[in-house]
Design a protein around this ligand. Structure first.
Ligand code: SF4
Ligand code: SF4
Length: 200
């Protein structure tokens, strides 16, 4: 990335003001336990934000979410759009001098948000995640065409990205029929165990 792009990216970083209140100081421990990452090590150098390809769609920058967690602002974190916008690409984890695994943090936060019945800022993203998981549960693989169709039915958003879908079909990037792994029994058992709360 050249210097001008780096500057533009920095300028594009979300600038939501963080107002500290009476924080839930157990929250950061909960996130640490679930993600295996010590958020208190973050010293806000902003390297993660500088390289994040989705920062313009976020309400808080990635390190902003960490700051909220450090301040114990549980509700603000769980209802932020950032935790759903992150695609877990690990660009930030590679850049972080403190080896903070941001993707694992966001994953943990999404799990806590669902379990806490927090207001989901990006419900369509959650629907998409669910469709991907359903596909894996059924076939042991993702069947992209079916995921897209089911997602469209759920969101009733028929035409957005239609051109991309048609181009992918034309280039044979979308299989019409699903392929499945030979043995899906273990997978189904794993999903069942997770639904019963057996997998942390
Ligand atoms: S790169 Fe690491 S230390 Fe720097 S702000 Fe991001 S999470 Fe914190
Ligand atoms: S893992 Fe998430 S926060 Fe980090 S660079 Fe990728 S999209 Fe951004």
């Amino acid at each position: 990335m050249n210097k001008r792009n780096q500057k533009n990216n920095r300028d594009a970083q979300p600038v939501a003001i963080i107002a500290a209140g009476n924080g839930d100081m157990g929250f950061i421990r909960e996130v640490k336990e679930r993600s295996g990452t010590d958020l208190s090590a973050c010293f806000h150098c902003r390297c993660c934000a500088g390289g994040c390809p989705f920062i313009e769609a976020m309400d808080y920058s990635p390190h902003g979410v960490i700051r909220l967690a450090q301040l114990g602002m549980r509700e603000e974190v769980l209802k932020s759009a950032t935790i759903w916008t992150c695609v877990g690409c690990h660009t930030c984890s590679i850049a972080c001098p403190m080896a903070i695994d941001m993707a694992a943090v966001m994953d943990a936060l999404r799990g806590i948000a669902i379990e806490s019945d927090a207001a989901i800022a990006e419900p369509d993203v959650l629907d998409f995640h669910r469709e991907v998981l359903r596909s894996i549960e059924r076939y042991g693989r993702t069947h992209k065409l079916e995921i897209m169709m089911r997602y469209k039915v759920k969101t009733r958003d028929w035409f957005t990205d239609m051109d991309v879908g048609l181009r992918m079909l034309a280039k044979r990037k979308l299989d019409l029929m699903p392929s499945r792994v030979r043995n899906t029994k273990d997978l189904k058992r794993m999903f069942r165990k997770n639904a019963e709360g057996g997998i942390p």
